[in-house]
Design a protein around this ligand. Structure first.
Ligand code: FAD
Ligand code: MG
Ligand code: MG
Length: 307
């Protein structure tokens, strides 16, 4: 799929999710969350910063939050593209989508899991991202603010960055959907249309999407940091005979697909790198996958210092 096609695919997926009726309360809450994010993009952001002429870059690190937001961003870009054609005499199919790749930035400043790096690479292809990666090798120690300063030296045309941060993240309680950066950061606009999303909303939409997600979540990770401070979430530890209840069974069984031979049996996760499996999989312990955790206050409980 090219960028126009994947944007249209994400639009179809989002529309399909919004049409679900009488399923579960988390789905109706997530539908409200999507509608708010959609209005923020279409009414508040795109009239000022167009996603179609390289004024916006998307902050992407392969995590669940920015992936869910990316699906919505692409969906809204497709809608915005259709709006620009409103006065055209020709059918949309006769208009070429104006972008080939989506400007994206990944600050690779931590010692990341290979599985995550591989996932960033494969998902970048799937979503047609033109991924700027900073922080390779000798630059790993630079701060995120410095990394963005460098990015802006290469891309001075960028005015605003989309960020998949949520109110329940550290220091994020008082953030706003649109705001400039703080004084110790390079000056640009932060676009944060995902603040109101809860963990359960993220999982519901991602699982329904049927898009491959980073395989580390399948091992009980709920928040992915560096390999030095990330372990499976202790609240997901279970005994062999535990029969846990999954909040998102409906989403798995009715997962989105544009082909008839969809499986609808399991969450679609990327392959875990063997070294990461060795690092995270302790044979004596059993952890449920990350999507079994829906309490926002426990999301980072796996981020602990290893002894
Ligand atoms: P996560 O859930 O890991 O990240 C939240 C979101 O941040 C992700 O969904 C993704 O969109 C983005 N992100 C996180 N890590 C990366 C990465 N390595 N590469 C690319 N994107 C990433 N903090 C301030 O105090 N003041 C600021 O003015 C400020 N401006 C920022 C501007 C941008 C464009 C970004 C990306 C971050 C900024 N931050 C700023 C930091 C921000 O508030 C979070 O602390 C930071 O994103 C890390 O989030 P997290 O690890 O807590 O949560
Ligand atoms: Mg997050
Ligand atoms: Mg992070």
């Amino acid at each position: 799929m090219d960028l126009g096609q994947i944007a249209q695919y994400c639009y179809n997926l989002t529309t399909s999710y919004l049409r679900i009726e009488n399923a579960t309360s988390v789905i109706s809450e997530t539908q409200d969350a999507i509608k708010l994010t959609r209005r923020c993009f279409l009414d508040d952001i795109f009239p000022t910063w167009s996603p179609l002429n390289s004024e916006i870059s998307f902050s992407y690190n392969g995590g669940k939050d920015c992936q869910a937001l990316l699906l919505l961003y692409l969906s809204c870009i497709w809608e915005f593209f259709l709006l620009t054609l409103e006065h055209s005499l020709y059918d949309p199919k006769y208009h070429a989508f104006p972008l080939k790749e989506l400007p994206t930035v990944f600050i690779d400043h931590e010692q990341t899991f290979s599985t995550l790096e591989e996932f960033v690479a494969t998902s970048s292809k799937r979503y047609c991202l033109s991924l700027y990666e900073s922080g390779r090798d000798n630059e790993r120690d630079t701060s995120m603010a410095d990394a963005f300063k460098k990015y802006l030296e290469v891309h001075p045309e960028m005015k605003a960055f989309v960020i998949g941060i949520r109110h329940t993240d550290p220091y994020a309680a008082n953030l706003k959907a649109i705001q400039r950066t703080d004084a110790n950061w390079p000056d640009f606009v932060r676009l944060q249309p995902f603040l109101h999303w809860k963990l359960a909303n993220v999982w519901s939409f991602l699982i329904y999407s049927n898009e491959p997600i980073c395989g580390l979540y399948g091992l009980g990770l709920t928040s992915i940091g560096s390999i030095n401070n990330t372990l499976p979430n202790p609240h997901l530890k279970v005994d062999q005979d535990d029969k846990p209840n999954l909040m998102f069974q409906w989403e798995i069984e009715h997962a989105f697909s544009d082909s008839k031979d969809a499986s609808g049996e399991a969450v679609n996760v990327s392959t875990v790198n063997a070294a990461d499996l060795k690092l995270l999989n302790q044979p004596q312990d059993r952890y449920l996958p990350g999507w079994y955790l829906t309490d926002d206050s426990l999301e980072r409980a796996g981020r602990i210092k290893k002894e």
